[in-house]
Each structure stands twice: as C-alpha cells, then as structure tokens.
Ligand binder design. Structure first.
Ligand code: PLP
Length: 394
C-alpha cells in the first residue's frame, strides 16, 4: 500500500515550484521576455571557468577511477582539502574526520536533522525561513517551532527564543545570509545566541545544536558572515556549492561537525548513519574532485550586486517597502495588502511572478528572487509601478 503522507507530499508542489511551473506555461503563451519570473533561486551566473576546465581535465583522465564509488563519506583527499580550507579561511579547528560530503544542502540538512533528533524532539526555525525545513524536520520526526524575527530586518527575538527553548529542543536552524530576507545575523547576535543556548543546555541537561545552513555564505555585498563554530561549540555546518559556484544541479555540498561538539565522534557517526539510512552515500564523484579545486571560490557575484542595486532602488523609488538585502539573492518586500497571496495574484496580471511568504512563516510579504538577467529586472520596473498605482488609485 502506498504511504499516504509521502504521496501527499509528492502530489503537492511547493508554492515556489507551483509558480515556476506557471511561469513555464505563461512564457510559452506570451514569450519568455514578457514574463518577469522572480520565483526560483536558480543561479543565473555561470560557474567560474575553473569548474569547466577541471571537468574537462578530469574527463581526459582515468575514466574508471573518475566515475567509480568513493568512500561513503566522500574521497579522503577531498575531505582533507575542505578541512584545510575551513582552517585557513575561518581559523577554525577542522579535520577530514569531521567532514561528510553530501548531495547539496538539502542532503546535509536531512542527514544532520536525523542525526540529532530523537522521539518527541523539537527543532526551532527562525522565521521567515526556507519552507523545505518543515519537510526535512518532519522526515527526521521533529516538531518544528517557529520563532518570528523582530523589526524590519527580522532580527533574532531573544525573549521569544528564551520561551521557545525547552527540554524537547534538539536544535535551532540558522540560515545567514538568509533566504528569503537576505539578512546577515551580526556577530553580536551570534554571541548572544550562543550564550542563551549554553545557559539553556546547562539548565535542561541536554545539548542544543546550532545547525548552520550556509548555501549563501559567500554571496555577500560588504558585510561579514560570522563562522558559527567559532562562537558555539555544538555546531554543525551544512554547506552547499549550489549557489556559490552556480552548481545547483550537480548536487554537491558537505556536513562539517565541529570537533568541539560535546559528543563530536558519536555525532559524526550519527550523521554517517543518517545519510546511509537515506541512501546519501558517495556524493557524485566527479563533482567531489571539482570542489576540491574550487572550494572557497565563487561565480561572479558582482552581477547579483548590480541586480540588487537596481531592484532595491527602483522599488523604493516607486514606494514599495523592503530592507536592502545584505546577502544571498532575494529581496523580501511588504505586500501592498495583508493577504500576500491575493497581492501575488494581482501581480500576476502584470506578468510579475512573486512568491507569497506565508509558507516562509511570515505573512504579508513576498519574496523576489533576483538571480535573473539584469534586463528582466529593468524591463519589469514599469509592471511594478503599474501594480503599485493600481493599489494607490483606490
Ligand atoms: N537551504 C536554503 C536556505 C536554500 O535556499 C536552499 C536552496 O535554495 C537549500 C538549503 C537547498 O540547497 P541545495 O540545492 O544545495 O540542496
């Protein structure tokens, strides 16, 4: 008999995917250039040249070795290289025995969650958050507890966090730079959070992990992103090359269990076991070799910065309210009515495809994904203006 919960999940695309599917249909009807699709976070900038050069070089080498299985955790030289880079870039203690190479951040997160969640556990999500966290947590058997940020940038609400943490709290997921707001959590807040979690862990007699979901770490426009393991011992970093190297379809990333976790060895074994139980062994072997050469590099993100400036400045000038994103490639904008779904339906009539933020845990906002061609943004501005005028003529 079919598992109903899984069939339901398979039959319901995410809101983002549903809008993307609509955009494909609409583009076929009226021409791609006439649809302003801001739905998906699919990088629009080519991977750096070294990625293609490395693939070509590898393809000319020993094919059997290249396409064969590696160790379940990933090839040792690649794990060593990643650990060395973590040490060099962040001054953080790291070794290959704490690195598990995965199929992107999604696999890193599902493996880590399954590794730290036990029966009856809860995971705290900082809203607004990436909606798939709900699916990943459910898969691990965890109940999610959303804590909405405060102020226009959705900063950490320490009072609400204090209340939300209890004897069932296994972990808190942090995503900075954030999808969907583009906000970066400043060092002062990380220090405060670490102190709160240490106090609560002590009081409750259990480790509370920070799961640092970092696919946007390198996508920043001037601000620093604190490296969480340097501030809090019980940290697991879930990294992905999907956005930094523009390789989302290649499915490659890693889990880094901080060696300073209370039970680092057991925890790493649990990550290996969780990944194994879900079939995430031996991430794509050619891509493992590619990232060994390209870890820490980025695609040309100055192009996203150009998009950010144009979009933010144009929307502000029209009269929309948004906070300028500090990183990633999303802009989080206040809808012009309380019901963001209704606002997005009206936007659709202007061929603007925006994502209502209800499923991100924040009502009354939309996410605009600006990893698109510069001209798409430029050409969409009259449509944004017409939408604004439609509301303001009433
Ligand atoms: N976490 C966040 C915040 C994301 O935005 C995404 C993808 O958009 C993921 C995780 C999943 O990344 P990956 O494609 O590497 O699995």
């Amino acid at each position: 008999m079919v598992n109903k919960a899984m069939a339901d999940l398979g039959n319901q695309p995410s809101v983002i995917r549903a809008i993307f599917e609509y955009s494909l249909k609409r583009k076929a009807q009226i021409g791609a250039q006439n649809v302003y699709d801001f739905s998906l976070g699919n990088p629009s900038i080519p991977a750096p040249q070294i990625v293609d050069d490395t693939i070509k070089e590898l393809a000319c080498g020993d094919s059997v070795a290249l396409h064969g299985y590696t160790s379940a955790q990933g090839a040792m030289p690649v794990r060593e290289q990643i650990a060395q880079n973590i040490k060099d870039r962040f001054g953080c203690d790291a070794s290959a025995k704490n690195i598990y190479i995965t199929c992107g951040a999604a696999a890193s997160l599902t493996s880590t969650l399954k590794a730290v969640v036990n029966d009856g556990d809860e995971v705290i999500l900082l809203a607004p958050y990436f909606p798939e966290y709900n699916v990943f947590c459910a898969n691990a058997g965890a109940k999610t507890v959303a804590v909405l940020g405060v102020g226009e940038n959705f900063s950490l609400d320490f009072e609400a966090l204090d209340k939300a943490i209890n004897k069932h709290t296994a972990a808190i997921i942090i995503n900075s730079p954030n999808n969907p707001t583009g906000a970066i959590i400043p060092e002062s807040d990380i220090i405060k959070l670490a102190s709160l979690l240490n106090k609560k862990s002590e009081e409750l007699g259990r480790a509370i992990y920070i799961i640092a979901d970092e696919p946007y770490r390198e996508l920043t426009y001037g601000d620093d992103v604190p490296y969480i393991p340097n501030f809090y011992n019980n940290t697991v970093v879930c990294y992905s090359y999907s956005k930094s190297l523009s390789l989302p379809g290649e499915r490659i990333g890693y889990v880094f269990v901080s060696p300073h976790c209370d039970d680092a060895e057991d925890l790493f074994a649990a990550v290996c076991g969780a990944a194994r139980s879900m079939g995430y062994v031996c991430a794509p072997s050619m891509m493992q070799r590619v990232i060994a050469k390209c870890d820490g590099m980025t695609a040309d993100i100055s192009l996203y910065n150009k998009n950010r400036e144009l979009l933010y400045n144009s929307l502000s000038e029209i009269g929309y309210q948004a906070v300028k994103p500090q990183g990633a490639f999303y802009l989080f904008m206040k809808a012009l009515e309380d019901d963001a779904n209704a606002f997005c339906e009206k936007a659709k009539k202007h061929e603007l495809l925006l994502v209502p933020a209800d499923s991100f845990g924040a009502k009354g906002y939309v996410r605009i994904s600006y990893c698109v061609a510069y001209d798409t943004i430029k050409n969409s501005i009259p449509a944004f203006k017409a939408l604004f005028d439609e509301y303001n003529q009433k």
